[in-house]
Design a protein around this ligand. Structure first.
Ligand code: ZN
Ligand code: ZN
Length: 294
């Protein structure tokens, strides 16, 4: 796509539902920067999803207090409400079965507008940078992916989350020992996770941050989004997972494009008590005559 067409597409996006501010340990962006960028780009709704970790060795473990995050985000929401952007208060919770009870307790105690459940490379995981290379050695792709997707499936089935974040971010942990191209030859290995997501009714996130990393694909890739649709998946959402000013909504239109190509017409999002569908501009609305477009 030519650069200005790209810029035009980037300016007609209804939502960026995955953003990290300086209340995450790996970002230093003040919330007002994202709000101003959203207004500038004409993105009417954004959701702040700072990290919440549950293992004391993880960087976002008690990095910021719920009360502070809530105050900052709600305060910004108020300041920006009349200036063209609605700001939602969300969180990205790192999921693992070993601390599922803690996640459940956290969500019972604290209220968010929207919650992403993500699997990251937990401290004992084979994907930890210092051991991943040696661990991969001599293992099949199936064996290599198994620990990660076991957690994803459990996250989907836990019923705790609105959305499963960056489905196959594991490919970032495996690079360069195993490339995205190699993984693409065995997309069947993701199938049980996709089925668990479809069956549980949690939404699938199409996360454009993968386009900034080797492999240069969204998490998950376009063909996986299409496969999810084939399997009966109906709930999708998008996010840029920005941790810096420059990655705000970066190539988010690619993620929207994947949804449109797969036949989705709506995002599924939550605004506190209300689960909503948000129309994807140019998308195919499910269950309407437009769904028959060629
Ligand atoms: Zn994440
Ligand atoms: Zn994130």
């Amino acid at each position: 796509m030519p650069r200005d067409a790209d810029a035009a597409a980037e300016s007609n996006l209804p939502l960026d539902a995955h953003l990290h501010t300086d209340q995450s340990p790996d970002s230093s962006v003040p919330i007002d920067v994202y709000a101003a960028l959203a207004v500038e780009r004409g993105i009417p709704e954004i959701c702040i999803t700072d990290h919440v970790d549950f293992d004391p060795r993880d960087p976002a473990y008690q990095y910021s207090r719920y009360e502070d995050r809530e105050r900052v985000v709600r305060g910004a929401a108020e300041r920006w409400a009349d200036r063209g952007v609605t700001i939602r208060f969300g969180a990205e919770l790192t999921y693992n079965r070993r601390w599922e009870d803690d996640v459940r307790a956290h969500l019972a105690r604290y209220r968010y507008d929207y919650v992403i459940g993500s699997v990251h490379d937990w401290p004992e995981s084979p994907y930890w940078p210092s051991r991943v290379r040696a661990w991969i050695e001599g293992r099949s792709l199936e064996e290599v992916l198994e620990p990660y997707y076991t957690e994803i499936i459990a996250a989907a089935r836990s019923g705790l989350f609105d959305t499963i974040g960056h489905l196959d971010v594991v490919k970032r942990y495996l690079h360069p020992s195993i490339t995205a191209a190699q993984l693409a030859t065995r997309q069947d290995l993701q199938e049980p996770a996709l089925r668990a997501i479809v069956e549980s009714g949690v939404a699938l996130e199409v996360n454009s941050s993968g386009l900034r990393y080797p492999g240069a694909e969204t998490y998950p890739s376009k063909s996986v989004v299409a496969r999810y649709r084939e399997l009966g998946g109906e709930r999708v959402v998008v996010g840029s997972d920005a941790h810096s000013r420059g990655s705000f909504a970066h190539r988010l239109s690619d993620a929207y494009g994947h949804l449109i190509d797969a036949g989705f017409g709506d995002l599924t999002f939550r605004r506190g008590p209300e689960r909503v569908r948000i129309e994807v501009p140019g998308g195919t609305r499910l269950g309407t005559a437009e769904g028959l477009r060629s």
